[in-house]
Design a binder for this molecule. Structure first.
Ligand code: ATP
Ligand code: MG
Length: 340
């Protein structure tokens, strides 16, 4: 190959999802949308983080196993192209587990306990004092995922920012110790809607909180979820002035309705009074139905041939095995661990 025909080296992206349920609208605005665009310009790896999902689902491995297919279907349905993006399964990349063990020695228990995301998630899961050790330590495993692929960019929702920071702390400690840059630091790429609230008004739409609209939702489920959506609890009569801030219907219109000027007018009207919640909800419903219909159609077609999807995962995981093993070898070499 001559220098003219050589493609410039693309920056590497690693991101992924826990196979704990079908992906939802929060994933769409928070991450999937940018991934579909970025696969055109970057070397992109997507990780189905089934090992991480086990850290709070060890009592239900079947759920994690089943959802590997569900999440992969969501990827393909929104437009992830396996010819451009490598889709991989975490539990079949043993080098990541070994990197995790190594990285656990470069982070303290106190630092893990102080991580704001971990704190929030421990509370949301109601662990009390019974925190699975694997859960507390998953930031080290996430650091292994990101650095295992030598990722420069990690497109994630806002909740993940402290985990990227924690990854970079581990990277800096290792690079400092060995006196050169063995591992690159990664930048979080957080979109405008980095934290979509749940339909119940809670801070984050989440698979584990039962407040999500899955991308695979039926038209009836979409309608039902929009109709029970949290608005302004003090907006009792149509003529009452209403509050836009914290009103989930408006947050979703901002995220999904492309007619920005019309949404701005609706906000004005709502604030003045005279605009009912039902009008807004019907509008939001039709925006979401139009967006989700083609995704659902593609998903249903793909779901008829699970073997096709598993073959994509198998192929992607095989490719990733070499990449992650090479990083593990380099880290071992740099740290000077025992060799025969
Ligand atoms: P779980 O409840 O099992 O943790 P989750 O809904 O939080 O599931 P993850 O698989 O943990 O989903 O997250 C995958 C990616 O999607 C992460 O980058 C995360 O930041 C992003 N994400 C998740 N929920 C939202 C949301 N409500 N808004 C924006 N981004 C989100
Ligand atoms: Mg999560």
């Amino acid at each position: 190959m001559t220098s003219e025909t050589q493609a410039p080296t693309r920056k590497v992206i690693l991101t992924g999802d826990r196979p704990t349920g079908q992906l939802h609208l929060g994933h769409y605005v928070g991450s999937l949308k940018s991934r579909v665009a970025l696969q055109e310009t970057h070397k992109q790896y997507l990780l189905l983080a089934d090992t991480q999902a086990m850290t709070d689902n060890a009592h239900d491995p079947d759920k994690v196993r089943r959802n590997v297919l569900e999440v992969a279907l969501d990827y393909l349905a929104v437009g992830i192209d396996p010819a451009k993006t490598t889709i991989t399964v975490q539990s079949h990349l043993p080098a990541l587990a070994e990197l995790t063990l190594m990285y656990l020695n470069f982070v303290t228990v106190a630092r893990l306990e102080r991580n704001p995301t971990i704190k929030e998630e421990i509370q949301a899961r109601g662990f009390g004092r019974d925190i699975p050790a694997g859960f507390l330590c998953y930031p080290a495993s996430q650091a292994a995922d990101i650095t295992g692929f030598k990722a420069h960019v990690v497109p994630v929702g806002e909740d993940q920012a402290p985990l990227i920071e924690q990854t970079n702390e581990i990277v800096r400690r290792i690079n400092h110790q060995v006196g050169r840059e063995v591992l690159p630091e990664a930048a979080a790429l957080i979109p405008r809607f980095g934290r979509l609230p749940g339909v119940d008004g809670k801070a984050k739409m989440s698979k584990s909180q039962g407040n999500a609209i899955p991308l695979a939702a039926t038209p009836e489920q979409v309608k039902e979820a929009v109709m029970r959506m949290y608005t302004d609890p003090n907006h009792l009569k149509v003529s009452d002035p209403g509050q836009v801030e914290g009103n989930v219907v408006f947050t979703y219109l901002d995220a999904f309705d492309e007619a920005v000027d019309e949404v701005a007018e609706l906000k004005e009207h709502y604030r003045r009074g005279g605009l009912g919640d039902m009008v807004l909800k019907r509008r939001l419903e039709s925006v979401l139905q139009a967006m989700l219909a083609p995704i659902r159609e593609r998903r249903e077609a793909l779901a008829k041939d699970p073997q096709y999807v598993f073959d994509i995962l198998k192929h992607g995981t095989e490719q990733a095995r070499g990449v992650t093993q090479a990083t593990l070898d380099e880290v071992r070499e740099a740290l000077g661990t025992f060799r025969f």
